[in-house]
Design a protein around this ligand. Sequence first.
Ligand code: BGC
Length: 431
Amino acid sequence: MKKILLVASFAALALTACGKKEAAPAASASASTAAAPAGPSVEVLHWWTSGGEAKSIGELKSMMQKQGITWVDSAIAGGGGDAAMTALKARVVAGNAPAAAQIKGPTIQEWANEGALANVNEAAKDWDTLLPKVVADVMKFKGEYVAAPVNVHRVNWLWINKAAMEKVGVKTAPKNYAEFFALADKFKKAKIQPLAHGSQPWQDATVFESVVLGVGGAKFFQDALVKLDPKALNSPTMVKVFDTLAKLKTYIDKDAANRDWNLATAMVIKGEAGMQFMGDWAKGEFTAAGKAPGKDYICAAAPGTATSFTFNIDSLAMFKQKDPAAQKAQLALASTVMSPEFQEVFNLNKGSIPARISGVPTDKFDDCAKLSMADMGKSSSNGGLVPSFAHGMAVPNATQGAIVDVVAKFMSSDMKSKDAAAAVAKAGATK
Ligand code: BGC
């Protein structure tokens, strides 16, 4: 359940000065890692714990340590970040905020609005010229930079095991759902699990948003999942989306309940499954397993979404720190995150593309990353660039959580498509 309702904690926040070191330790999974080391340090709360993710964030740790700044790692496992957000809320409410936390989209604004975030303008003097506007806008609150972007992930991907696809005699990735289901049937016949999936609400939502984009197109995606227009949410197109999801369900194995996303990716890496809908953090797993795109696997836009791009920008939001040494270390963290060296190495491992548009060499990036860069550019001029709903870029948390609940219920029951469309329209009104 994606409910990081900040509202409940606002009263508590008002009573607790952010960053108070003497406050009681938070009752969170990361409290034990929060003991202040001697000398400057930065504590970073994040959920990058899979093979590819841990390697990526490990680069930031070593870059900070080279500057004499101790890295205090608060890694809270759980794909999509629900557990990390719950832990973060507890930390801030207890007056024990980390220096930075992996937060995205409107949630950055929600925390900033509560006065919890520090501005890092001093480190961000040239960021307006280095970042695309769509990225810079998310990092700012009332014109001040309060977060530093690490990447741009594309969510609307389909990952395919190449050998498995060749085995069933198919040469190109499915461009639409007719081709997708034809390939899925061939996998089924060949006793290869057609679709790798973990039935967790955020993974269900990740598939759902790609189907919304593929079946309805970018304008429908905007109307339904960004503007929350009830007429789009409860429409024949949304019924078609749920019909497509209902069919997709039949290609998922019976052990999918609560399977982590990286284990689903591993099924595709090993050829036990043919395909997975997932953002390009999945590529980080292929890379960590020594697999190459075009040779071992294929990255294709999810069916029907070749001209669109669902963006998911990971960023480290900066929490207010009292101690001037801690503030200095935090500025160093912000500068390091935006350095070309970090943006290159982090994204090579993570599967994403750099958030910075200039100064980062692209020659080491593979064909999937190059396709992502090209498609982000193209989609920004054809109306196809849309914020990821499932990954916290599009709507407030509470609304996202309510819609995701409906999608997850649909995926795990025999709910009818038209009832699901009516229910998402109702959930879309959640404030
Ligand atoms: C984050 C990625 C992360 C993925 C799986 C997404 O919401 O943006 O950085 O790899 O969740 O945990």
